[in-house]
Design a protein around this ligand. Structure first.
Ligand SMILES: Nc1ncnc2c1ncn2[C@@H]1O[C@H](COP(=O)(O)OP(=O)(O)O)[C@@H](O)[C@H]1O
Ligand SMILES: [Mg+2]
Length: 295
């Protein structure tokens, strides 16, 4: 059996925005794969293209042997989707919703089993509007699981969780691995990707900047990457937050070398987003590869 997911040179443009800009990766059957990246990296766009919910601008995408754009119902019945914000009807109970969703799939898990799997047994008959955020998220997961999918997409499954809800969600993903499911999850938490995934693809500005097992990723990172970017007029370098390494100027560019490029990029891009600064000419260089974003 080959790959569950194959993505080659995927592009998605929204007008002038290149949300996905030449992304390639493969996910093996039974693998838990994480796309790790800051907000705006293109994770949701990528996942929704794989789910068949958005059209790509160009590139090759194959999931379970289907092109998600044309796979139709045969394809949808084999995947499970947990949206970043599912928005189910508040007046139903988890048991009612799981039963309702279950009716849409040819292959299905027993209602009780799904409710137990996500740890909602004691809330099965409570109205959704009385559930906590973490419990709602687990309901979303139950709805993604009831069709007994081979492959599950989890878009930011723990964003906004407190530490204990997060632990429970992690246990759940580990249960899914035990069931032999292939999982593609997205996250902007490095520790989450490292804890859950067999392999991690780091995405920044719609491109893969690192790929490997959590351990290898650290190894690649330790060989020091170089990050360079340009600040627009009117933004002083003193405004840039601490990136874990000193910034040097080189012509118009600011440059740093760091053993933790992912953390530095998360911090840099988080700041740029909050400050509404466009970083032009952003490049990330490692000994074995060079990736640049055009903007
Ligand atoms: N429907 C849309 N129309 C226009 N721009 C979009 C749309 N969806 C996402 N974007 C932009 O594409 C980029 C990637 O967004 P997204 O895929 O949501 O990233 P992530 O999930 O990693 O936070 C962002 O710059 C975002 O503003
Ligand atoms: Mg997203």
């Amino acid at each position: 059996m080959g790959y569950a997911i194959e993505v080659r040179d995927l592009h998605k443009h929204y007008g002038a925005t290149r949300a996905v800009d030449g992304l390639s990766f493969r996910v093996e059957s039974g693998e838990v794969f994480a796309l790790l990246g800051p907000n705006g990296a293109g994770k949701t766009t990528t996942v929704e293209i794989l789910e068949g919910h958005r059209r790509r601008t160009s590139g090759h995408v194959e999931v379970l042997g289907f092109d998600p754009e044309t796979g139709g119902r045969d394809y949808r019945e084999r995947i499970g989707i947990v949206l970043q914000d599912a928005g189910v009807d508040d007046d139903f109970t988890p048991r009612e919703l799981v039963r309702l969703y279950r009716g849409m799939y040819p292959r299905r898990l027993p209602v009780e089993e799904v409710i137990d799997l996500v740890g909602l047994a004691d809330k099965a008959d409570a109205k959704v509007k009385t559930l906590s955020g973490g419990q709602r998220r687990r309901l979303d997961l139950a709805l993604g699981l009831v069709g007994d999918p081979e492959l599950l997409f989890l878009d930011e499954p723990t964003t906004g969780f407190d530490p204990s809800a997060r632990r429970r969600a992690w246990d759940l993903v580990e249960n899914l691995r035990g069931l032999g499911k292939t999982v593609l999850l997205t996250t902007h938490y490095m520790d989450e990707a490292e804890h859950l995934a067999d392999r991690v693809g780091v995405v920044v500005a719609g491109r893969l900047v690192a790929l490997g097992a959590p351990g290898e990723l650290g190894g690649a990172a330790r060989t020091a990457s170089s990050i360079a970017f340009r600040l627009p007029p009117g933004v002083a370098v003193s405004e840039v937050p601490d990136l874990g390494a000193g910034l040097r100027s080189q012509g118009e560019d600011w440059q740093l070398r760091t053993a933790e490029p992912t953390r530095a990029l998360e911090r840099l891009l988080g700041w740029a987003r909050a400050r509404e600064v466009v970083l032009s000419g952003l490049t990330v260089e490692r000994p074995s590869s060079r990736t640049s974003t055009s903007s």
